[in-house]
Structure formats: C-alpha cells, structure tokens
Design a protein around this ligand. Sequence first.
Ligand code: FES
Length: 150
Amino acid sequence: MGNYSYLSTIEPESSNLIKALQLVQAREGYVSDEAIVAVAEYFSLAPVEVEGVLSFYAQFKRTKPGKYEIAVCDGTACHIKGTPAVLKWVSGELGIADGETDKDGFFSLVTVACLGCCSLAPVMSINGKVYGQLDRKKVLRILKEYRNNG
Ligand code: FES
C-alpha cells in the first residue's frame, strides 16, 4: 500500500477532490487503483465515485507512464501530415497502443493536442523533447537511440 499521507495537506471537502487527484498525479505520475481507494477513503466517498470524476477529465492518467513518455501530436496540422502513420510506426515497433506502457516500463505512448510547433508536423515529443518532420526512418532511429542510451 502506497503512502498517501501527503493528502493531508488538502482539506477533505468535495470541492477539493480534483485538487487532490492532481496532487496524486504530480507525485506518482498517474492515478493508480490504489490511489483511488486512498483518495476515496480520505474524502469519505466510494471508490466508484472518485473513478467517475476521474473519467470525466482527460488530464488524468490511469496507467503508469514509462521512463520515456512518447507523446504523438494529434493536432490538426500533424493529423493532416500523418499522425496515424506515426502512431502506427511507434506502435508497430514497441508493441504498445495509444495509452499503454510497455512491459519493461520503458516507453509509454499517448496522443496529445497541438504541441505548438505545427511547422514541424508531424511531431512527437519524448519526455518533453520535441522531434519533428517525422518519417518512418526517423521515428525508428529516435526510438533506437533511447533504447541504446537507456
Ligand atoms: S498540430 Fe502538431 S504541433 Fe501543432
């Protein structure tokens, strides 16, 4: 069982529920099933109620991110220039779909809204570092570099 004592910095009032979940995500990187139970207990709610709130907000992650989180941009410019292909290349290489983490916890894959560098479309970022003008060769080379540098 994780230690969620940091929740005590937040008043257990229902208006603070989102704030508490944001804190959990900031501390743990995602909101686990275990965290949901702890938050529910702290706010005297049923876990299913906390899950209901969570599912409403796209900002919350329910799976543990990998050491390297690959965020493939699916904003309009990137989508037109090939987001579906980029996702296919990354998924094909790593064997994970959008929203998943590989079994070693090394890479995870998500799609995100515009990363703000549309002129480089299609774009992805890895732990915040942006890579643009992607083609299959470039994607595979970048993934390989991360693998090799651990
Ligand atoms: S749409 Fe991808 S960076 Fe803007």
